[in-house]
Design a protein around this ligand. Structure first.
Ligand SMILES: Nc1ncnc2c1ncn2[C@@H]1O[C@H](COP(=O)(O)OP(=O)(O)OP(=O)(O)O)[C@@H](O)[C@H]1O
Length: 219
């Protein structure tokens, strides 16, 4: 069990292919504290998504985890994918989905949609195909936060957005994480994400996790 001050921790963790045992990612030690904001950076194929999976404890098929993963009892994790549509059923109105999945009432759904800049009255009855990519991403962020998670994990949530939508999305992540006190872990290729969020930086390179105190790109 994780110490009470930690949400989830990885200790001496290796993620390997199930078939050949080839190591894909090594995490000597990593701990996520309540309310913290962390950005995971690294080149394509470095292991960012595998690290997020190791944190959630839900690994994709074909890989296995050795070492120790510990999580706070009853830890609730919200997840935001690269494209909001991936978090949504394509045929159901988004308001209904938000209520069904999270158990939240209409008023609460409206409040959270408003917090991400969406008008529930105008959007809640639409299906995902009737929303823009930026709107879908905001709905996915609402979905992740509506369940009152202690931790929200996002895998490249801004990479499919233009710069204006990216900045708006990051403002929302920051505001929602501050108001809900949820911890955030976001994988990205974009150094601006960490700067906008005021986040700690974790680097993944050549299948190994390391820590970096400073971000080298100007805000
Ligand atoms: N389910 C799996 N089975 C076998 N190998 C996998 C599996 N998932 C990922 N890998 C391998 O692990 C390595 C890291 O993959 P991962 O998806 O974590 O990289 P990433 O840093 O998120 O890349 P990108 O930025 O392109 O999304 C890659 O070599 C990938 O081929």
């Amino acid at each position: 069990m994780a110490p009470s001050s930690l949400l989830v921790s990885l200790d001496g963790v290796t993620v390997s292919t199930r078939r050949t045992g080839e190591p894909l990612l090594a995490v000597p030690a990593l701990a996520v504290r309540p309310g913290s904001r962390t950005v995971v950076m690294g080149p394509s194929g470095a292991g960012k998504s595998l690290l997020l999976s190791a944190l959630t404890g839900r690994l994709p098929g074909g890989v296995t985890l050795s070492g120790t993963r510990t999580a706070a009892p009853g830890l609730r994790i919200g997840f935001v994918p690269q494209r909001g549509a991936e978090a949504l059923h394509p045929l159901l109105p988004v308001g209904r989905q938000l209520r069904m999945v999270t158990g939240a009432g209409t008023v609460r759904v409206g409040e959270v949609l408003a917090a991400v800049g969406l008008d529930a009255g105008a959007l809640a009855s639409r299906r995902p195909a009737e929303l823009s990519g930026g709107q879908l991403q905001r709905v996915a962020i609402s979905l992740a936060f509506l369940g009152s998670p202690a931790l929200v994990i996002a895998d490249e949530p801004t990479s499919a957005l233009d710069n204006a939508s990216r900045d708006e999305t990051l403002r929302m992540f920051r505001t929602l994480s501050e108001t809900t006190r949820s911890a955030l872990v976001i994988a990205t290729h974009d150094p601006l994400v960490g700067l906008r969020l005021g986040a700690e930086l974790i680097q993944v390179g050549a299948g190994r996790v390391s820590f970096n105190d400073s971000l080298e790109v100007a805000a």
